[in-house]
Design a protein around this ligand. Sequence first.
Ligand SMILES: [Zn+2]
Ligand SMILES: [Zn+2]
Length: 294
Amino acid sequence: MSLQRLAALDTQNPEWRPWIAMVRVLGPSIDDPVWVRPVSTRLNAHTDRPLLDGAQLHVPQRAASTLVRTLLDLAPRAERVAPSARERWIETRLLPLLQKSIAADHEVDENHDGNEGDEGEEMDRHSGVTPGALLTVVNAVALPVLTAAAAQCAPQLPTHWPHCGCPVCGAPPALTELIGLDRSRRLRCARCGTGWATSTLRCAFCGQTDHEQLGALVAETALDGPRVETCARCRGYLKTVAVLSQGSHLDVLIADLESVTLDLAAHAAGFVRPGGTGRALACTVAWSPSGVAR
Ligand SMILES: [Zn+2]
Ligand SMILES: [Zn+2]
């Protein structure tokens, strides 16, 4: 079913092919048990911060390197680089960039690694792809790690989460699913796949509850029609899609692509899709200890 939806997207939007190709690669990678149980520390116990705040995550170096090679091959090329230079880049730069991605440390540009200065820039050039594509690729490699972390966090997921952002990784929700006949609402995170219950009359980004500030940009033409919910206070918007049951992480990525017309309508009306997590997660990322064969 997911492959059919991707094929339809590919036909309808040939300009998206590089990203659709990446999602095809991510599908099986997200479900690969090689990433399982990456969190090696206790989960955050503060009730108002995401569960991964302060956590240490271990990532299998071989699997991450293989995935980044595949994704770099799909990304738009900036320049030709020698295979040895690219391998050196993967060996030395992938981990710090993965750390920034997982921590949602978007304040630091992907080409400027703070303390590493010119050397960092020089080595990033050796990925061979454009800076924008590099950011996309590194964020994509973070997805299976975050999905596995979300599975590990699931038993401790709070039943009531009134705060803004994903209760596991802190990212703003990508969309709202209206599930089944009772149309129960669940916000979904596109980074880690987590779903969490939400109130209808509350902005998912700034917490606004004044119903006069909350609206629907695209009027519903049917009970199950997709629409955009907006907040006049923070100018954020959230797409809403109807589903029969809560979808997988891959389903969220595909639904996000399928509903791009809603993004365009929201942008045209002056609303923005919030990014970042407010502040970076204080988590650290390391390669899995040697001896763990994955
Ligand atoms: Zn998340
Ligand atoms: Zn708001």
